[in-house]
Design a protein around this ligand. Structure first.
Ligand code: SF4
Length: 411
């Protein structure tokens, strides 16, 4: 059985380091001005250089997304950035635009090129075609089912295939959508999607615009266009049997906390599935972990449907929900004092349920034991406060603390 890599989103340098800490085999990043997550999830060249160095020290690969639908005015920047990416030593470039492909092949002929899911590759002949154009890996369209993916993998073993296993889904065909452009002037095809498919809509009759008809499913909400999030952790043996090379987690815009929890949980699950695919059982605590990050409820998308493109994963109940949030990150472990220095990222109050996420386990911390530098107890700490907690074992720098929210947040 092929051992696929676990590929994790790294929206910035801190998230890249978090992905390394919690078990990624590879990460993917944005490139300033040229990726589909323009607002908060791109690296400058210097940041990327630092990230690649840190990743390579741990044997982790870094792929850079250059997956905009490029205009002529973008091409100069594509050329310049491609040269920089080759110098930095990224392990691949992810793109979807044939013009960008041509430029990358010309400027950096040795650079491995991955075709983004934005290119909507859904069949063997399309995979063969792209391979003849110099593409070494294809991120298949999310609309395929696992049987179709397995058939493509059998037909074209010389091409690496990558599929998504977790994260947000688009209602449009692999992200090809103008809803955001139309409603807000910010284009999803240039990394500026405002996610209007997840908004709540009402129906109005032309002559009574001030009298909207509220469309509800359960008396509260109706997000008619909003997909649930993909979650394949329960079906990893089926995913492995499809024979792909890379399993991708979606979410370059997500938080450090999300990256920590989802990477760690899939690391545990994937290692178990690889070790004993027949005996694999998805542990209830893994599902509980994935419920502790912001989500819109979960679906298996199209993967386990036998009819092509029959999709039943709409979330008509709420936009996002979450039960835990980021409390802080570890700046330092002081073994001689048996404590950790934490930078808070949100308010933390003595008495809050607080957990420290280590790569292999979760430690419950006593939040009433939180102190300042001089050891004075703190009743509460705020964003950017530096506080201390006693711990009885080594803790890596960058480990994430979370706190349980007092009520489930519906966002
Ligand atoms: S509006 Fe929704 S369906 Fe369209 S690109 Fe954005 S996330 Fe995808």
């Amino acid at each position: 059985m092929k051992k696929p890599e676990l590929l994790v989103p790294a929206g910035n340098l801190e998230k890249l380091r978090t992905a390394l800490l919690y078990g990624a085999d590879a990460v993917y990043t944005g490139v300033e001005g040229l990726s589909l997550r323009a607002q908060q999830a791109e690296f400058t060249t210097a940041e990327l250089e630092e990230g690649v160095r840190a990743a390579h020290q741990q044997g982790v690969r870094v792929y850079a997304a250059v997956n905009i639908s490029a205009r002529n005015s973008d091409l100069e920047l594509v050329k310049q950035k491609t040269g920089e990416l080759a110098e930095i030593g990224v392990d691949g470039v992810i793109l979807s635009d044939p013009g960008v492909l041509a430029l990358v092949r010309r400027v950096a002929p040795a650079m491995p090129v991955h075709l983004s899911t934005q290119a909507n590759t859904t069949n063997t002949e399309a995979v063969r075609f792209w391979h003849t154009q110099g593409i070494s890996r294809i991120v298949l369209a999310r609309e395929l089912n696992l049987a179709e993916i397995a058939a493509i993998a059998r037909d074209v073993p010389e091409v690496e295939l990558e599929i998504f296993i977790h994260g947000a889904m688009c209602l449009a065909y692999s992200g090809r959508c103008l809803l955001s452009s139309y409603l807000t002037g910010r284009s999803g095809n240039r990394g500026e999607c405002t996610h209007p498919c997840r908004w709540e809509y009402v129906l109005t009759e032309r002559s009574r615009p001030d009298d909207p008809l509220i469309v509800t499913e359960d008396g509260r909400y109706s997000y008619l266009l909003s997909s649930k999030d993909l979650r394949m952790i329960e079906y990893l043996p089926e995913v492995l049997a499809a024979g792909v090379s890379s399993l991708k987690i979606e979410g370059r815009m997500k938080t450090v906390y999300y990256v920590a929890v989802v990477t760690r949980t899939y690391r545990w699950a994937l290692d178990a599935a690889l070790k004993d695919p027949e005996g694999y059982r998805c542990a209830p605590e893994w599902l509980a972990e994935l419920d502790k990050v912001s989500n819109r409820r979960y679906t298996t998308g199209f993967y386990r449907k036998h009819k092509t493109e029959k999709f039943t994963g709409l979330n008509t109940e709420e936009s996002y929900r979450r039960t835990y949030g980021l409390a802080g990150t570890v700046l330092q472990y002081r073994p001689e004092e048996g404590k950790i220095l934490v930078e808070l990222r949100n308010q933390l109050t003595a008495g809050d349920v607080t957990e420290l996420l280590l790569p292999e386990e979760t430690l419950t911390l006593d939040s009433t034991a939180m102190t300042d530098e001089d050891g004075h107890p703190l009743a509460a700490g705020h964003n950017s406060y530096r506080v201390y907690f006693p711990v009885d074992r080594p803790v890596p720098v960058g480990a994430v603390l979370r706190r349980r929210l007092t009520r489930t947040q519906i966002l």
